[in-house]
Write a protein that binds this ligand. Structure first.
Ligand SMILES: NC(=O)c1ccc[n+]([C@@H]2O[C@H](COP(=O)([O-])OP(=O)(O)OC[C@H]3O[C@@H](n4cnc5c(N)ncnc54)[C@H](OP(=O)(O)O)[C@@H]3O)[C@@H](O)[C@H]2O)c1
Length: 214
């Protein structure tokens, strides 16, 4: 079972870190090419390799660790999915230029965090991601906590909870096993359009809450 990670920023690098700590191999890619990942690969050791976007996107399990606003551009150019698994780690937020009017808009409740919610017209974000990866089995996971939590699955004498949701039972079982291999406690939130919005930032009721299984 191969793993690819699209994006090497906050989410992608910490996913790679969390996998590496458990000796799980993955290929990471970003927009600047493999050479830009030399420091990350050197830090994380031999289980993590740098690759092209197409190489990472050709894995059995492909993590989407891209900003929401980049998903359509990147995902629309990839090889056929052929029933492979896509783990959607995105949230529908836009990162703001601190000098832009939106960053200081009093009507934006997230301005202090440098982000604003993307208006999806009432649709679940994962249903939009699902439409961008036709033929893939989508599991939403790894998106509801600050990324700095990912290399630290143990907390207060227990295991940090990671939520996941999806429509394909076999794909969910694989991601559940991966979450367990990374030493988190997996909690199934049901179908993609039910569980996804529950744990999604910025406004999902379970988003950004640290649950610990003791
Ligand atoms: N930050 C958090 O705490 C957090 C928590 C949970 C979920 N999330 C979600 O995770 C996602 C990523 O957030 P982030 O904080 O990791 O963002 P980020 O630090 O800006 O990283 C985005 C990554 O996407 C890559 N990218 C952009 N365009 C690309 C392209 N055309 N081809 C390949 N790679 C491309 C960037 O490549 P370069 O490095 O080359 O620029 C970068 O590595 C977002 O949807 C966010 O909502 C974030």
């Amino acid at each position: 079972m191969s793993i690819g990670i699209l994006g090497s920023g906050g989410l992608g690098s910490n996913l790679a870190r969390a996998l590496a700590r458990n000796g799980i191999a993955a290929t990471v890619a970003n927009s600047r090419g493999a050479a830009s990942l030399a420091a990350l690969v050197a830090e994380l050791g031999p289980s993590i390799t740098a690759g092209t976007v197409v190489e990472a996107a050709s894995a059995d399990i492909v993590f989407v660790a891209l900003r929401w606003t980049d998903t359509e551009t990147v995902l629309s150019r990839l090889p056929a999915w052929n029933n492979r698994i896509v783990v959607d780690g995105t949230n529908p937020v836009e990162f703001l230029d601190p000098n832009s009017p939106a960053a200081n808009d009093p009507a934006n409740p997230l301005a202090a965090y440098g982000i604003k919610a993307v208006d999806l017209g009432g649709r679940a974000s994962s249903s939009l991601i699902r439409a961008l990866v036709p033929g893939a089995r989508v599991v939403k996971a790894f998106n509801h906590l600050d990324v700095n939590a990912l290399p630290q699955p143990q907390l207060s004498g227990g295991q940090r909870v990671l939520f996941y949701s999806g429509d394909d039972a076999a794909a969910k079982a694989e991601i559940r096993a991966l979450i367990e291999a990374m030493r988190f406690f997996p909690v199934d939130l049901g179908a993609l359009d039910t569980g996804g919005p529950l744990a999604e930032l910025p406004f999902g009721p379970l988003a950004a809450i640290n649950f610990v299984k003791v």
